[in-house]
Ligand binder design. Structure first.
Ligand code: 2PG
Ligand code: MG
Length: 410
């Protein structure tokens, strides 16, 4: 039973050049691991708060270290409970969601290493009480965000993410080959049409002069060059509607539109009829329950209607979403809630309600952190959202899936 011996934190840079934290956990059996944390740009209002990095470094290295030294590292629930009680706030504003998460994930990683388990094996054990049989591992289908807008790019495109989604029947290797192929075809086509091929925060192209229909046309024709759209490959959108919601309207300047919620649903209906879209995330601002409920009644039988800012990986908010019938799928981002145990509670609740599970990165992420890839396998997530198949902090997550795949398939 390894005990926590020392927790020390220092600051580190993330993919946007913002400061984040790197927490180093020492166990008394000699195990040493480190864990960074990601940070979003389009955040839900009720997410766990990221406190300033200098304060987080102090809190982790002193208050949290003092509270956890000597604790049994294998008792993840107790570790997380100590953190939650010490913080004592609903949004983790006292200790900071960033401080807490680095410790919570770091302890799990340290125990996996100490027990000589793969991280996903230990996480599966924590989640379900058993280490999985590697011959039955379920790999998540990757969601490749190939065009960036919203708060992830300054290109005047209101909608945040345009994703290509390989069919779930593909192996992880095939799915990644498809993602890179479409990405490169799209790049070639953008160049030919005179668009810029500079990228946004998640590695997707971010040219100026796009509208939502134009972006979907570009993606569809790129995907159609090598794959059968609607059979091999589909599309998804994260509207991140909070970022274009102004005074009860949805303002889309690039199309000269100012829409009421019901008109925005008409807009979505039109594009769902025109394109092979199977996934629609955050179509409405998180307090626009009417818009969400209407979207659910219109689209939930046909597509994944995905809640991100609406639920922020928080089981209480998910309960309300389920009872109001607002979504049939959820995003899982451990840093929205601050501890691993609460993340598992959220996933269990979603699973019990037959929702699709999408484990997700953040737009500000780090190139050393592939934790979410192991998490996705451990909880048998349906999808992994980790951006384009480019840039170190995105590719590290996809490569981790490939490493696991290659380990178990010899
Ligand atoms: C989202 C995320 C990740 P951010 O909205 O789903 O793609 O963006 O990390 O900026 O919140
Ligand atoms: Mg989102």
């Amino acid at each position: 039973m390894p005990k926590i011996q020392l927790i020390k934190c220092h600051k580190n840079l993330n993919s946007r050049g913002d400061w984040t934290i790197d927490t180093v956990i020492h166990l008394d059996d000699g195990t040493v691991v480190s864990q960074t944390v990601p940070e979003g740009a389009s955040k839900g209002e009720l997410e766990a708060i990221s406190i300033p990095v200098e304060t987080a470094v102090e809190i982790v290295s002193h208050a949290i270290n003092d509270a956890l030294v000597g604790e049994d590292a294998e008792d993840q629930e107790k570790i997380d409970r100590i953190l939650i009680d010490m913080d004592g706030t609903p949004n983790k504003q006292h200790l900071g969601g960033n401080s807490m998460l680095s410790v919570s994930l770091g302890v799990a990683k340290a125990v996996a290493e100490s027990r000589k388990l793969e991280l996903y094996e230990h996480l599966a054990f924590l989640y379900s009480g058993r280490v999985p049989d590697t011959s039955f591992l379920k790999f998540p289908t990757p969601l490749f965000n190939v065009i960036n807008g919203g708060k992830h790019a300054s290109n005047g495109l209101s909608f945040q993410e345009f994703m290509v989604i390989p069919s779930t029947s593909k192996t992880i290797v095939e799915a990644l080959e498809m993602g890179t192929s479409v990405y490169k075809t799209l790049k070639k086509n953008l160049e030919e049409k005179g668009f810029s091929t500079g990228v946004g925060d998640e590695g997707g192209f971010a040219p100026e002069g796009l509208t939502l229909p134009r972006a979907l046309e570009l993606i569809k024709s790129a995907a159609g060059e090598n794959f059968v759209v609607g059979t091999d490959i589909f599309f998804g959108l994260d509207a991140a509607a909070e970022s274009f919601h102004h005074q009860d309207k949805y303002v889309i300047p690039e199309e000269s539109l100012e829409l009421e919620p019901s008109q925005l649903n008409d807009y979505y209906e039109k594009i769902l009829n025109e394109y092979e879209i199977i996934y629609l995330e955050d179509p409405f601002y998180e307090r626009d329950y009417k818009g969400w409920v209407d979207a659910y009644s219109r689209f939930s039988k046909k597509i994944m209607l995905v809640a991100d800012d609406l639920v922020v990986t928080n089981a209480k908010l998910l309960e309300a979403t389920i009872s109001k019938k607002m979504a049939n799928s959820v995003i899982v981002k451990p840093n929205q809630v601050g501890t691993l145990s609460e993340t598992f509670d959220f996933i269990r609740l979603a699973r019990n309600n037959k929702m699709s599970i999408i484990v997700s990165h953040r737009s500000g992420d780090t190139a050393e952190d592939s934790f979410i890839a192991d998490l996705a396998i451990a909880v048998e997530a349906d999808f992994l959202k980790a951006g384009s198949p480019v840039r170190g902090e995105r590719v590290v997550k996809y490569n981790r899936l490939l490493d696991i795949y290659s380990d178990i398939n010899g």
